[in-house]
Design a protein around this ligand. Structure first.
Ligand code: EZ4
Ligand code: CO
Length: 405
C-alpha cells in the first residue's frame, strides 16, 4: 500500500478546516485533520512544501516509522505547526490502515473498553439567569455534564460568551485583525463562585459541572478559585493557569482538591510529563489534531494511566469532524478515558462537507463500525467554501497590558 498522492484542502464550511487526504496505489484514501485555528496556512505550507515530497512512494502501513521520520527527521522538534502537520498525516494513515483491514480504528487500538462515550456540553450566558436557563436546556437533552461560562459583570467581553455573534468563528471573522477582549482578575474571582452556587441551588448535585478559566490566573489566584469552588464539586476546573511551566500545577495542587484539567494546546507528551508524573492534574485535554495524531495520543493515554490521570480530549468547533472521529476511536479504546467535550456537529455547510460516524444520544456519543475513522470528506462541497482568514481574540487589562487569552 504505497502512498501515491497527498492532497491538502483548506476550506471554510461555516469555519476554517485543513484536511489531509492521502491516496494509495491500491485505490484507497485516508483522511486527517490538520486544522490550527488562526494559523491554518502555515500548516498547509508545511504539509505541501515539506512533508508531501518525503512521503510519496512510502508504505502507508508504516505509521510508526513515518511518525518518527517526520518528528526526528525535522530536527526542529515539536511546536504547534510541525505537530499539527504530523497529526494530519498520522490520522490519515490510521484511517487507511483501518480501511485496508476492513476494521474501525478502535479495533486496531485493542478494541472497545466501553459501548458509548460520556460528553460534556457548554452552557454560556450573558447573565447567571441566562447561563442557568441554558444549563436547564442541556439537562433536558440528557447531558450529564456541562461546562458553565458566564459574562463577567463590568467587563465588555468574556471568553466563551458570544453576545450577538452566531458562533466563535463569526466573532473572529467579522474583524480584519484579532478581536480584543477585556480582562480583570478581581472581577472574575469575585463573580464565578456565585455562578456555581446558584447552579447547585437550582439543579442539585446530580449534574456534573465544569469550568474553563482559559489560563488567565496565577497559581495562587487559581488556588483561591479552586478552594472557593470546592463546595460545588466540579468534575474539573480547566486551564486554571498556563502550563508552559509545569511546576505551576504543583503549586496549585497544594491549595485545592478541585480536580484539575489542562492540555488543549499541548503538542507533545513532553508538555505533560511532569504534570502527570507529579500527579498534579486529573484530566489530560490533549487533542489528536494538535498533539501528534492517534500514535501520540495512544502513548500519552497509556502514560497517564500509570498515574491515575484520565483523558478528556479537547472538543471545540475548530477541530474538524475527522479530529473528533479520531477522539471517538481513542475514547472507545482508552481504559482511562474520562469525558469528551462536545459542542454539537456544526451547521448545514459542515455536515454537507464532512460525513461523520457519530451519533449523540442522552449525554453520550455513539460510534458506528465503519472501517478506518469512518469520516467522508466531500471535495466538491468543500470547494464551495474558500478559506477566510480569521484570528483568535487577544485579551488586555484595563490599562492596555496584553494578557493570556
Ligand atoms: O479556546 O478551541 O475548551 N475549549 C476551549 C476552546 C479554545 C479554542 C481555540 O481555538 O478552550 O474554546
Ligand atoms: Co479550553
Amino acid at each position: 500500500m504505497k502512498i501515491k498522492d497527498i492532497q491538502v484542502y483548506v476550506n471554510c464550511p461555516d469555519r476554517n478546516f485543513v484536511t489531509v487526504r492521502i491516496e494509495t496505489d491500491n485505490g484507497l484514501y485516508g483522511l486527517g485533520d490538520a486544522t490550527l485555528n488562526g494559523r491554518e496556512l502555515a500548516v498547509v505550507a508545511y504539509l505541501v512544501e515539506h512533508i508531501k515530497p518525503c512521503l510519496i512512494g512510502k508504505d502507508a502501513h508504516q505509521i510508526e516509522d513515518i511518525w518518527q521520520y517526520l518528528y526526528k527527521g525535522a530536527y526542529w522538534r515539536r511546536g504547534p505547526i510541525t505537530i499539527t502537520a504530523i497529526s494530519g498525516i498520522d490520522m490519515a494513515l490510521w484511517d487507511l490502515k483501518g480501511k485496508a483491514a476492513g476494521l474501525p480504528v478502535y479495533q486496531l487500538l485493542g478494541g472497545k473498553s466501553r459501548t458509548k462515550m460520556k460528553v460534556y456540553g457548554h452552557a454560556n450566558g450573558n447573565t447567571i439567569a441566562e447561563t442557568l436557563d441554558n444549563l436547564g436546556k442541556l439537562i433536558g437533552q440528557g447531558y450529564e455534564a456541562v461546562r458553565l461560562q458566564c459574562a463577567i459583570p463590568g467587563l465588555s467581553s468574556t471568553y466563551g460568551i458570544l453576545k450577538g455573534e452566531k458562533d466563535y468563528f463569526e466573532l473572529q471573522r467579522n474583524r480584519p485583525l484579532p478581536p480584543e477582549q477585556a480582562w480583570d482578575t478581581n472581577k472574575y474571582l469575585n463573580f464565578i463562585p456565585e455562578l456555581f452556587r446558584q447552579a447547585r441551588s437550582k439543579y442539585g448535585e446530580e449534574i456534573e459541572l465544569l469550568h474553563d478559566v482559559h489560563s488567565r490566573l496565577s497559581p495562587i489566584e487559581a488556588g483561591r478559585l479552586g478552594k472557593a469552588l470546592e463546595p460545588y464539586h466540579l468534575l474539573f476546573l480547566e486551564d486554571a493557569v498556563t502550563a508552559e511551566n509545569q511546576a505551576n500545577y504543583r503549586l496549585l495542587r497544594q491549595t485545592t482538591v478541585t480536580p484539575l484539567a489542562v492540555g488543549e494546546t499541548f503538542n507533545s507528551i513532553w508538555d505533560a510529563k511532569e504534570l502527570i508524573e507529579t500527579q498534579s492534574i486529573d484530566y489530560l485535554r490533549a487533542a489528536a489534531t494538535h498533539a501528534g495524531g492517534i500514535t501520540a495520543m495512544r502513548r500519552m493515554a497509556d502514560f497517564a494511566a500509570l498515574y491515575k490521570v484520565r483523558t478528556a480530549p479537547h472538543g471545540p468547533p475548530d477541530i474538524s469532524p475527522i479530529g473528533h472521529a479520531a477522539h471517538a476511536h481513542l475514547n472507545s479504546w482508552a481504559p482511562n478515558f474520562g469525558i469528551q467535550e462536545f459542542v454539537g456537529f456544526g451547521g448545514a455547510q459542515m455536515t454537507a462537507v464532512f460525513r461523520h460516524p457519530l451519533r449523540f444520544e442522552e449525554g453520550y456519543l455513539h460510534l458506528n463500525d465503519s472501517p478506518g475513522l469512518g469520516v467522508d470528506f466531500v471535495v466538491e462541497e468543500a470547494e464551495k467554501y474558500p478559506y477566510k482568514r480569521s484570528y483568535l481574540p487577544v485579551s488586555r487589562l484595563g490599562d492596555g497590558t496584553l494578557w493570556d487569552w
